[in-house]
Design a protein around this ligand. Structure first.
Ligand code: IPM
Ligand code: MN
Length: 355
């Protein structure tokens, strides 16, 4: 029995989460596993009503689950930063979800803005460090609001934090078994403290324990260039929190947009949280037009993480079928189906896989 915590969240989060659960249900019936869900109402509406972002007991309670499925966090009525820091980042930090795993995979039938590139060129994975770097919150301000104001925001990189992320990325590259190439994305020519640590750890760990994995390096600016020009060069990319945030938005566009980009916040030894990369899309809320594929694919990643291989494969095949045979576009309102109909189509293809 898998115990799954649902945090549908804000905006279109609840709509896409409902479709992910619909598909989860179809997968459970088809593959014979059991699960139960518990709903948590964390998000902007709860905050506006109670003035509390996350209850004291929330983090401990969530530790008792096998996985968390999150819809979206972000509310137009709440100042930017409050919910992001108070819910999303707090859960990442306190549950020590030190990996943010973001596949960039172009499925057949999905349009990419990269001219001349197809599914055979766009299939790599970004392993983003998820608990340190510029996100650690180190720094402060002096003389705020005066002409002499100073703002410092420091990037924290610990040997332990960097090394565990690198090891995860090396292991992932090995088990993915594609090009067996891991690219470190950094900025060793300017950030000579932080990425010196990253680079040394990368080479030491790689040489000692992963001689079968080819090591490559690219500066973050060049990484952006190659992601557009030659995405087929990448197998697995490992990078710090901030660079990972930025390059995975680029990755999402390359694989067809926010409607389809999925991710997992992972602690390999504890509860992990799966979420679409996109936000809460307030302007589409409640219209039934948002694309639920990113949430469905996040659910698929969750199934794989929970060890439900067959179910995960079945869901991915169903997603590919619906994307290539049914949806007219990935964009909200242009799919040719409602949000719920897309969920139905995927669930049907899970129950009865088209040959
Ligand atoms: C993401 C988001 C978050 C991040 C925000 C909402 C705090 O952009 O998951 O990529 O910066 O990590
Ligand atoms: Mn982001």
């Amino acid at each position: 029995m898998h115990k799954i915590a649902l945090i549908p969240g804000d905006g279109t989060g609840p709509e896409v989460t409902a479709e992910a659960v619909k598909v989860l249900d179809a997968a459970a019936a088809a593959c014979g596993f059991k699960y139960e869900t518990t709903n948590f109402d964390f998000g902007g509406d709860r905050y506006l009503a109670t003035n509390e972002v996350l209850p004291e007991t929330a983090v401990d309670e969530l530790r008792g689950f096998d996985a968390i499925l999150l819809g979206a966090i972000g509310h137009p009525g709440v100042k930017p930063g409050i919910l992001e820091k108070g819910i999303l980042l707090r859960l990442r930090f306190e549950l020590d979800l030190y990996i943010n795993l973001r596949p960039v995979k172009l499925y057949a039938g999905v349009e990419t803005p990269l001219v001349g590139k197809g599914p055979e060129h766009i299939d790599f994975v970004v392993v983003r460090e998820n608990t340190e770097g510029l996100y650690a919150g180190a720094g402060g301000t002096l003389k705020k609001g005066t002409p002499d104001e100073v703002a410092v925001q420091e990037s924290i990189n610990t040997r332990k934090g960097v090394e565990r992320c690198l090891r995860y990325a090396f292991d992932y590259t090995r088990s993915r078994n594609k090009e067996k190439t891991l690219t470190l994305c950094g900025k060793t020519n300017v950030l000579t403290f932080a990425f010196d640590l990253w680079e040394r750890a990368f080479n030491e760990v790689g040489e000692a324990d992963y001689p079968d994995i080819k090591r490559d390096y690219a500066h973050v600016d060049a990484t952006c260039m190659w992601m557009v020009k030659n995405p087929e060069w990448f197998d697995v990319i490992v990078t710090d929190n901030m660079f990972g945030d930025i390059i995975t938005d680029l990755g999402a566009m390359v694989q067809g947009g926010m409607g389809i980009a999925a991710g997992g916040n992972i602690n390999p030894d504890s509860v992990s949280m799966f979420e679409p990369i996109g936000g809460s899309a307030p302007k589409y809320t409640g219209q039934g037009v948002i694309n639920p594929m990113a949430a469905i694919s996040s659910c698929q990643m969750m199934l794989s993480h929970l060890g439900e291989r067959e179910a995960s494969d079945r869901v991915e095949k169903a997603v590919i079928h619906v994307l290539s045979k049914k949806l007219k576009s990935m964009s909200a309102g242009k799919m040719g189906y409602t949000t719920a109909q897309v969920g139905d189509l995927v669930a049907e293809a899970v129950a009865d896989p088209p040959s």
